[in-house]
Design a protein around this ligand. Structure first.
Ligand code: ATP
Ligand code: MG
Length: 570
């Protein structure tokens, strides 16, 4: 392809809303443009990259024995009503009506559609197991679309679904997908962790997420270098210190005028935050909850939701009027002792192991010190409701945990019979008995994967594509297009490389060499062939985007050399 003809309107000025490297570079390098909030269109280079990633996904899914199909993006409401998700999805689902007032949605995911296909087409154990997949556009009206295509409202997903006769079969399918995912993300040049993920209040047996390590990741991951434990924040646990050395002291009320926050208490009393216990008052549907965690910790709302068995929208921090009603005090002095009315007390599992801590007295301007769990108050539930922090002990081996941030690019999930029960997807076994089909589901965000690759592969000049997903392998830059010899050599190499099946660009634009080099760096093409003055000595230069220095090569060797580099880096 000739750069003079390629639609690649690179940008100098980037809109301020682009905050992260991948978003900035995808706009700058003209891979994509924004059409509306959370909606993007792809230009020729962007589309080529998407296709490359899709192709890797396709090859590995096929290798794992999965079969490609294509479902509809327009889904009739009846199917989602059967599973109960028509209402569960809430505002994230794009709903619409047809001309006859029938309800539809634009598929946010396709469990129901696949289950429907299988219940209609599969009758016997002989037709199982099956793993089907598609690569298709999904629609989700995200509450906060952001970071460009990382979290957009329309995106391409590879979603696969497995159908087995029993749980053992599901384990096998799940492992196949696990291995395929590892191969996919390895081939994309990504560094990632596979973490245990929350499977939600709605059930589900085993859930793993593929997290690309990146400082801009939305999810925190706890992992252990010693034993390999890795889990995302919603799931990560830690060992609780079991030794209790202190004796219980008599409980004592302390006057803390206008001292409400942990920070103020630390300053006022001169005691470290881990000696305090925070009491957070929540409203959960129609109930009031008091959740207690150590003063230096953060509460994990997903863990709390799972204990309560409710959805995100049903939980919120209580407003001042509720807090004042149940504590009988101004906001900032809540504690578990002497709460008024029906309040469910949930205590983090670390608190029973603490001694002589300080918490709110449910009386304005007062706290209580030397409080001890069991002696002074009891909870309705003791459970893990905290976020782990760096240095907490690994739940498996006790070594200190590390915390990193990650981008979720893939998710594999054992569904069991959730959808086969709801939609009645059954098979007849060898003995003629009807049984529910056991399912798994497996997703990869294609566009998010592209963005994640850029997050891990860029520098101040631009993108550095891994060979496997690069839009073109080679860019030929004639330094001076009006020099006949340079032009001829560049064009010759271009023709031969094309014949060899190598994806090659030639920068035939009449621009200064510096401008062309900058563009080549921005676009991130892995191999640059520079054709300059030395053509008269039969020499050109090869420079890899990932390296600083260039190498001089004889013109007669250049094609062989390029072929070898590509082979080696694929
Ligand atoms: P998240 O927690 O990031 O919202 P999710 O749990 O909703 O993700 P899944 O339903 O498991 O995601 O979807 C499978 C994959 O699709 C994800 O691993 C991710 O790569 C991709 N994905 C999900 N939502 C988006 C989005 N809004 N934009 C781009 N990719 C997405
Ligand atoms: Mg989501």
């Amino acid at each position: 392809m000739r750069l003079s003809q390629l639609l690649v309107p690179t940008l100098r000025e980037i809109p301020a809303e682009a905050e992260i490297p991948s978003h900035i570079l995808m706009l700058k390098a003209a891979l994509m443009r924004k059409l509306a909030s959370g909606v993007y269109i792809y230009l020729p280079l962007g589309q080529r990259i998407l296709r490359k990633v899709e192709q890797i996904v396709r090859e590995e899914m096929d290798r794992a024995g999965s079969q490609e199909v294509l479902m509809a993006a327009l889904i009739p409401a009846e199917l989602l009503k059967e599973s109960g998700r028509w209402d569960v999805f809430g505002p994230e689902m794009f709903k619409l009506k047809d001309r006859n007032e029938r309800d539809f949605c634009l598929g946010p995911t396709h469990e129901e559609v696949f289950t429907d296909l299988i219940r209609n087409e599969v009758k016997s154990y002989r037709q199982l197991p099956l793993i089907l997949y598609q690569i298709q556009t999904k629609f989700r009206d995200e509450r906060r679309p952001r970071f460009g295509v990382m979290r957009s409202r329309e995106f391409i997903m590879k979603d696969a679904y497995s159908f087995d006769v029993d749980w053992e079969g599901l384990d096998k399918s799940f492992n196949k997908m696990y291995e395929a995912y590892c191969r996919i993300f390895d081939r994309c040049g990504l560094k990632y962790l596979v973490v245990e993920a929350d499977s939600g209040a709605m059930g589900g047996k085993d859930s793993k997420e593929f997290m690309v390590i990146s400082s801009i990741g939305e999810a925190a991951i706890a992992y252990c270098d010693n034993c390999g434990y890795a889990a995302n924040e919603e799931k990560a646990e830690c060992l609780i210190n079991q030794e209790i050395v202190e004796e219980m002291l008599p409980k004592e009320k302390v006057y803390t005028p206008n001292i409400r926050t942990i920070e103020e208490l630390v300053n006022f009393l001169g005691i470290t935050p881990d000696k305090f216990v925070k009491t957070l008052i929540y409203k959960a549907k129609d109930n009031v909850i008091a959740a207690l965690i150590r003063g230096d910790r953060d509460l994990n709302e997903t863990k709390l939701l799972n204990i309560l068995g409710i959805r995100e929208e049903e939980l919120e921090l209580a407003d001042a009027s509720i807090v004042e009603k149940v504590t009988g005090a101004k906001v900032g002095f809540a504690g578990p002792i002497g709460l008024k009315g029906e309040v469910l007390i949930i205590v983090d599992n670390e608190i029973p192991q603490m001694r002589n801590f300080i918490l709110g007295a449910n009386e304005t301007d007062y706290h209580i010190k030397n409080v001890n769990y069991g002696r002074d108050f009891k909870a309705d539930v003791v459970a893990d409701i905290k976020n782990v922090i760096e240095g907490d002990k690994c739940p498996r081996c006790g070594s200190p945990l590390k915390i990193d941030r990650g981008i979720e690019v893939g998710h594999i999930f054992k569904l069991g019979t959730k959808y086969s029960d709801a939609l009645g997807a059954k098979y007849v076994d060898e003995d003629g008995n009807e049984k529910p089909i056991i399912m798994g589901c497996y997703g990869i965000g294609i566009n998010r994967t592209v963005a994640a690759i850029i997050e891990q592969h860029h520098d101040e000049k631009g993108i550095i594509w891994p060979m496997s997903v690069a839009p073109y392998h080679v860019i030929i830059v004639p330094v001076n297009v009006s020099n006949e010899a340079q032009n001829r050599v560049a064009e010759d190499i271009y023709v031969v490389l094309q014949k060899e099946g190598i994806e090659v660009l030639i920068d035939d634009r009449d621009l200064r060499a510096g401008v062309k080099f900058n563009d080549a760096d921005l676009l991130g093409i892995p191999i640059r062939i520079t054709v300059g003055k030395k053509v008269d000595d039969g020499i050109v230069e090869i420079k890899l985007r990932e390296k600083e220095e260039a190498e001089e090569v004889k013109i007669s060797d250049v094609v062989e050399k390029v072929k070898n580099i590509i082979k080696e880096k694929m």
